[in-house]
Design a protein around this ligand. Structure first.
Ligand code: HEC
Length: 128
């Protein structure tokens, strides 16, 4: 029997042809969405104002904060960003090292979690 093209079979063919790229497109965008979602979950963005400043307020005052601070001011985003290498270096020194901060252990040392948070903040590009 010879295959006979009816208007319906044409329509069906058209539908089949169109459905392939549409389906593929859908898969691709859902994969992208999934990836973005996973990235966000894996690495929440750390900001200076929300995460870094509160640590410094507790551990680096009064010496590096106005009004009582007599040392280099480290109370702003800019100052922290510019001095970040020195800050990370000093807080990770042995507590009896002369350059160790907080100076002479006048404040609690930074915890490992706090140091890691600062390092991750740097790795993420130091968001304000
Ligand atoms: C009790 C006061 C005190 C506290 C608290 C303190 N510091 Fe300091 N800081 C000093 C003194 C004094 C100096 C200067 C001596 C020196 O350079 O080692 C200094 C120097 C520094 C410097 C070098 C500044 C420059 O002139 O280039 C950095 C960076 C620093 N501190 C970071 C910190 C950080 C970060 C914290 C909090 C985790 C902190 N300090 C806590 C007293 C303090």
């Amino acid at each position: 029997m010879k295959y006979k093209q009816t208007p319906f079979s044409k329509l069906l063919l058209l539908f089949l042809i169109l459905s392939v790229p549409i389906t593929l497109q859908f898969c691709k965008s859902s994969q992208t969405a999934q990836r973005i979602y996973e990235d966000k979950r894996a690495e929440p963005k750390i900001s200076y104002s929300e995460s870094i400043l509160p640590i410094m307020k507790v551990k680096c005052t009064p010496c590096h904060f106005p009004d009582r601070g007599m040392k280099k001011m480290l109370n702003t985003y800019e100052a922290t960003r510019k001095n970040i290498e020195d800050i990370l270096y000093r807080v990770q020194l042995p507590v009896n090292h002369k350059d160790y901060m907080p100076f002479k252990s006048k404040r609690e040392p930074l915890t490992e979690a706090e140091i890691n948070l600062i390092k991750n903040w740097v790795a993420q590009g130091m968001l304000e």
